[in-house]
Write a protein that binds this ligand. Structure first.
Ligand SMILES: Nc1ncnc2c1ncn2[C@@H]1O[C@H](COP(=O)(O)OP(=O)(O)O)[C@@H](O)[C@H]1O
Ligand SMILES: [Mg+2]
Length: 289
């Protein structure tokens, strides 16, 4: 198996009144075929911004100043006024935004959401065909087809999140970027969602996942590799076990000690300073395992 996605030299800047915010600062990252790549880091480190650029949904005030994306040997320029083919969004890369399960319209049945998603890509698809595809996908993944007749409030949080995840991959994207998909769920529902994502990969519904979360224990069970972001840059990247058990970058070490049982070695690392800009963390060289 080879590389599925190769994102290079990505620079994303929010043009805001007053000053520009460089949210993603020259990031290059690869996603291997069949893997879940965890994207970790504290709030504000640039995870969502990077995810939205790779999913080709960046829009003002966010501007992609530089970057290329290669998928299946096709190279897409991202910077400046590059034209993004409409056919890529949702079908080649798809993003499941944070909180998607709570932003679906409460007055529409799930079937309407399915139809809207399918029609946005295949304008001529019939309602029946769209629903057939969704029904088949739901049952393949162990959900009852009657979910389609439900209104969002009739589904539990876990079920709703699994449903929007399935809908976001109806077009069989090569890559799914899931932004904090487990953050609003209880531990049991988190586990079920992660198992479903892995099953979807196994069934080749998509071929790779970027799993964005600030929740490191979740990534421990879900991710093959973890990339850690800090201040718009990737500071450490490697196999999950290594990044979790033997992190080398001082920021990763501080992040780990803040969520896991304190290791004697990091016991003196101050966590309070993490959210603010810390020159010593910023200057430490990135570690790629
Ligand atoms: N719409 C916006 N306008 C200006 N700055 C933004 C906007 N969205 C995000 N940012 C800034 O970009 C940086 C990265 O944010 P984000 O990608 O959301 O981080 P994360 O997902 O890791 O929490 C932060 O400094 C944030 O304040
Ligand atoms: Mg975010």
């Amino acid at each position: 198996m080879g590389t599925l996605v190769n994102a290079e030299n990505i620079r994303g800047v929010y043009y805001t009144e007053g000053k520009d915010v460089v949210a993603v600062n020259d990031v290059s990252i690869k996603i291997e075929e069949g893997e879940v790549l965890g994207l970790a880091g504290e709030s504000g480190s640039g995870k969502t911004t990077l995810g939205s650029i790779i999913s080709l949904i960046a829009r003002p005030p966010l501007h992609v100043e530089e970057g290329t994306l290669e998928i299946d040997g096709q190279v897409q320029e991202l910077g400046g006024h590059a034209k993004i083919p409409r056919t890529w969004r949702g079908a080649v890369v798809s993003m499941l935004p944070q909180g998607a399960m709570n932003s679906i319209s409460p007055t529409k049945r799930i079937r309407q959401l399915v139809y809207d998603v399918m029609r946005s890509h295949e304008s001529k698809i019939s309602k029946e065909e769209a629903l057939d595809r969704a029904r088949e996908r739901l049952t393949t993944l162990g959900l009852p087809a009657r979910v389609l007749d439900a209104y969002p409030h009739q589904l539990s949080g876990g079920m709703k999140q699994r449903t929007v995840t399935i809908i976001s991959t109806l077009l069989n994207p090569r890559l799914l970027v899931a932004d904090e998909p487990t953050s609003a769920l209880d531990v049991t529902s988190q586990k079920i969602l992660i198992e479903m994502l892995l099953e979807m990969l196994e069934k080749r519904i998509m071929s790779g996942v970027i799993f964005v979360t600030h929740d490191l224990p979740v990534l421990r069970t879900a991710a093959n590799r973890i990339a850690v972001m800090y201040q718009g840059k990737i500071v450490e990247l490697g196999p999950t076990e290594i990044v979790v058990e033997r992190p080398e970058h001082p920021y990763t070490q501080a992040l780990m000690s803040s969520v896991l049982a304190p290791e004697p070695a990091y016991a003196n690392t101050r966590i309070e300073g993490m959210s603010s800009f810390d020159r010593s963390l910023f200057d430490a060289p990135a570690v790629f395992h």
